[in-house]
Design a protein around this ligand. Structure first.
Ligand code: MG
Ligand code: MG
Length: 643
């Protein structure tokens, strides 16, 4: 089996917390970072025993710096330092040391000089049954390219001396990873992986603060790893991530993200490089989500009535009730919204914890079983609750932030859930407003959690990431990133709030953590929809006339069109693919809202980001004074009848 590892420096906490989190995530071993070891108060033998007790290998001891190319007497001292570290490694029972290329001001260049130093170090290491791996730092004084490091190793020509590859150092310097294909796989002792966002900055600073998990950044980690595996390399594959957010993040989440990213990456590598041997159990490829099957809200009491009134004014009809649960179904076009007022189970817990919230999302996929299998291979937890009579066992997993995702497909009868579990109900036939399907689901989280969420979706589903955009809230910045299935049938926007004063941040505090803040429904004709909505009592978010004056200045719009937009509080944008119209509901339940939109010709690719500052300002004007709704809801939640 492929050995997976992670450097202790990659995650937060004490060494003990790191060990626990790394073991729980499913890794086979760790790279022990010397700093983490020194900060611990246990002896080397005790630490080693603890690591093994947790089921982990001690794969690598690192880093040993500024070794090669030194003049006398510094050279002799470097060997002495190495011998002291060899003592420690023997106590730890770790047989591989990482030596990174020197940045010492007195280090001299020359491949042969360095090779001689390594030949001698290899001899000393071999006497103790240890091995040395040489890594080219991107900012090394003389060696800063894996091709040069390999040449040093090749000329050292000692079985205890090998190469260590680190994707960051190769890719940050834009060195073609295919040059790795020429290196014999058995001369590579260890492989470290890190991705990073594309930012122009000093290499050392970039590396120490902005590395992230494979798939979270912009480097071609798959290309790098394909080249490594093509050499026949069969050793450990390990993450070495220096990231300020991760250092402050929850250790279990970060370790879980690391494992997920590594397994997804190696699965991509095996699919792209079939001749290479990736020793990993097989699991299904990324799922292409075919659309949103349903959204389930947890809501009770007055909040439930308010939500149902709002749904009715959006043209939804209550078409069915669950056979055994307090669960009603509201439908329009292909949209299904369930409102769950159960007093036990997941929806109830979600309501108690957060108030009105989206507690469950159902997705249409081609195979629910395969989607579940992939999710589990990536470390996701499957979700189950006791089934009542006649209830179908629909595959589900826990997403992030306590959310649940159900997978429905056509093959296993799961799509029949609506006829099997629900009883149709004839209500007053309210007019349909022409809403067709869910266009996107917008989830709000703290900025620090955004990478976890995007990794979750992009490793499980076939989704494109668009570059992050800044949304200006009058009280701060919100970062927004959109993820979309290739044909756009499933879209998620992630909104990362940095302060509680923004609309998104206030919602986050109000809902006690990340969750769905808005849902957008698509219509084929927003003006017809707006006309119908006005007859059923829908109150749109009022947009100030300044906005329309600005639209008139920015775009060459027909006056009649502008007037119709103004009358219906419709916002406008256009990109190279087509025009875009949107309108919003007023906020409800602590800052949630609905959006209605039209992508003219289905072509506009964005989400109306230029309009977001005006929408947010308009919503904030309508929000109740801070503090009141939350206290009120906490009191409501504590009513004995609700428990
Ligand atoms: Mg490294
Ligand atoms: Mg939106």
């Amino acid at each position: 089996m492929m050995k997976t590892g992670i450097a202790t420096v990659s995650i937060s906490g004490t060494l003990e917390e790191k060990i626990e989190a790394i073991a729980a995530a499913g890794f086979s071993g760790i790279e022990i970072f010397e700093q983490d070891f020194i900060a611990d108060d246990r002896s080397p033998r005790e630490v080693a025993a603890r690591v093994r007790e947790a089921g982990l290998d001690l794969m690598l001891f690192q880093p040993f710096r500024d070794f090669e190319g030194l003049p006398a007497p510094l050279r002799a001292r470097a060997f002495d330092r190495a011998e002291r570290k060899f003592d420690l490694m023997q106590e730890l029972g770790c047989d591989l040391m990482l030596v990174c290329s020197s940045v010492h001001p007195e280090a001299m260049g020359g491949i042969d000089r360095a090779a001689q130093d390594f030949a001698e170090l290899g001899e000393r290491a071999a006497r103790r049954g240890l091995r040395i791996g040489y890594e080219a730092l991107a900012w090394g004084r003389h060696v800063n390219d894996h091709r040069d490091a390999w040449e040093v190793v090749r000329r050292a020509d000692h079985p205890s001396i090998g190469l260590i590859l680190d994707s960051f150092h190769t890719l940050a310097r834009r060195i073609d990873p295919d040059t790795i294909r020429r290196i014999p796989g058995d001369r590579i002792f260890f492989v470290q992986l890190a991705d990073a966002p594309a930012i122009e900055m000093d290499l050392l600073y970039w590396s120490r603060h902005f590395r992230n998990m494979p798939g979270e950044g912009d480097l071609d980690i798959t290309g790098f790893m394909r080249a490594v595996m093509a050499t026949g390399y069969a050793g450990p594959i390990s993450l070495e991530i220096f990231n300020d957010q991760f250092r402050g993040g929850p250790s279990r989440t970060i370790a879980g993200d690391g494992y997920r990213s590594l397994v997804a990456l190696m699965d991509d590598v095996r699919r792209a490089e079939p001749e290479a041997h990736v020793d990993l159990p097989t699991f299904p490829a990324r799922t292409t989500v075919e659309g949103t099957a349903f959204l389930e809200f947890a809501a009770q009491g007055e909040d439930k009535s308010a939500l149902e009134r709002l749904l009715a004014t959006l043209g939804f009809r209550r078409t069915a009730s669950h056979v055994s649960k307090s669960l009603t179904l509201w439908t329009q076009g292909k949209i299904r919204i369930a409102v769950n007022a159960e007093t036990t189970g997941h929806a109830h817990s979600a309501w108690v914890a957060r108030g009105t919230t989206v507690c469950d999302i159902g997705l249409n996929v081609s195979s629910a079983a395969e989607t579940l299998a992939r999710a589990q291979a990536l470390g996701a937890e499957s979700f189950r609750q006791p089934l009542g009579p006649g209830q179908l066992d629909i595959p589900a997993i826990r997403g992030l932030g306590g959310s649940v995702l159900h997978f429905l497909d056509q093959t296993s009868g799961l799509a029949d859930v609506w006829s099997v579990e629900f009883q149709a109900q004839e209500d007053d036939p309210a007019p349909d407003a022409g809403l067709l399907h869910v266009d996107h689901i917008a989830q709000t989280m703290s900025y620090d959690e955004m990478l976890s969420w995007s990794l979750f979706y992009t490793t499980l589903f076939d989704m494109h990431k668009t570059p992050m955009v800044d949304v200006i809230d009058p009280d701060g910045l919100v970062r927004s990133q959109a993820l979309s299935s290739p044909d756009g049938r499933f879209r998620i926007t992630l909104n990362g709030a940095e302060t509680h004063r923004t609309l998104a941040g206030g919602f986050l505090a109000e809902s006690f953590g990340a969750s769905v803040q808005h849902v957008a429904f698509a219509t084929g004709d927003i003006f017809a929809t707006a006309t119908t909505l006005s007859t059923v009592g829908f109150e749109a978010l009022p947009i100030p006339s300044n906005y329309y004056a600005d639209l008139a200045a920015r775009f060459d719009l027909d006056v009649g069109l502008l007037d119709r937009m103004r009358a219906a509080n419709i916002l406008f944008d256009v990109d190279e693919h087509g025009a875009f119209f949107q309108l919003y509901s007023r906020p409800f339940a602590g800052g949630m809202f609905f959006e209605v939109l039209q992508r003219e010709g289905g072509a506009y690719a964005g989400y109306g980001a230029p309009n977001a500052p005006f929408r947010i300002a308009a919503q904030k004007r309508l929000m109740r004074p801070k503090g009141i709704p939350r206290i009120k809801r906490e009191i409501e939640r504590k009513k004995p009848s609700d428990i």
